[in-house]
Design a protein around this ligand. Structure first.
Ligand code: 0L1
Ligand code: MG
Length: 252
């Protein structure tokens, strides 16, 4: 399998805003390891990483897609939306928004034995965020290795104002997702692997497998807490979390 050629297909799909068939159509042997090898190649030319995203962190979603593990992707500078900056939907293939609890790392954290407690101790702040997912595959048809190769459908993200994590039980943080003024989904932090910090600990342990880790200042999207809503120009999405405040994303 030519991993570089697969990465080139995905980069072309992203930059030309044109969906492609899932890679596994041509390569039924595509496995998760190869998917991550493709994903690593996508980082080239994207500048320094600003952090990471977790995907498929809820048990419901894992069961739905028949896996028992989450996945991760990278965040580069061109994924960031500043607060108040609109999402230009025409820059994406089929954007969808989901609410997340976001971690801002206060110090480096790496190793195969990182726990949720270690994560919380290394966290400078937590915030509510909105992730914009954008699959490069036609009609969201993909296997788990395909979606790993496609950087876990990373599109853009916006983060609210971080607060220190001390004294907040992130499992119990209630989250409300509004789409054009209507509440479309609700959840609590426990939807992400039982505790958002457990999801981040899984990420740190997984990165250790390729000799990487979390660095001070990294942003980590700890996993969508509700189903994602499809958005188009003119829409407004608001994510609100107990103790963490709100973040709004206007689409044009
Ligand atoms: O953040 C995620 O959960 C990405 C994986 C799911 C793939 C998708 O819905 O595009
Ligand atoms: Mg997400």
């Amino acid at each position: 399998m030519d991993v570089q050629e697969l990465a080139d297909r995905l980069t072309k799909a992203r930059t030309s805003i044109t969906a492609i068939p899932q890679l596994s159509d041509d390569h039924p042997g595509l496995d998760l390891e190869t998917g991550y090898a493709v994903q690593r190649l996508l980082r080239e030319g994207r500048g320094p990483l600003v952090g990471w995203k977790l995907g498929v962190t809820s048990r419901a979603k894992q069961q739905q897609v028949g896996v028992d593990s989450p996945i991760y992707g990278f965040l580069a500078g061109d994924h960031v939306l500043d607060p108040g900056e609109p999402l230009v939907t025409g820059e994406h293939i089929a954007p969808r928004c989901e609410p997340e609890i976001v971690f801002v790392m206060g110090r480096d954290l790496a190793g195969t034995r990182v726990s949720a407690t270690d994560v919380l101790a290394a966290t400078a702040g937590v915030a509510v965020g909105i992730e914009v997912l954008d699959s490069r595959y036609t009609d969201y048809r993909f296997t788990m290795p395909d979606v790993v190769a496609d950087n876990a459908s990373a599109g853009r993200y916006v983060v609210g104002t971080p607060v220190p994590p001390g004294g907040i039980d992130l499992r119990l943080v209630g989250v409300v997702l509004e789409h054009n003024g209507e509440v479309v989904a609700t959840a609590s932090g426990a939807a992400s692997l039982g505790h958002p910090a457990s999801a981040v600990a899984w990420l740190a342990r997984s990165l250790a497998g390729s000799g990487e880790g979390l660095r001070a200042g990294d942003i980590v999207l700890s996993g969508g807490l509700t189903a994602a809503v499809q958005v188009s120009a003119g829409d407004v999405v608001v994510a609100t979390a107990d103790r963490l405040g709100s973040v709004e994303l206007a689409c044009r």
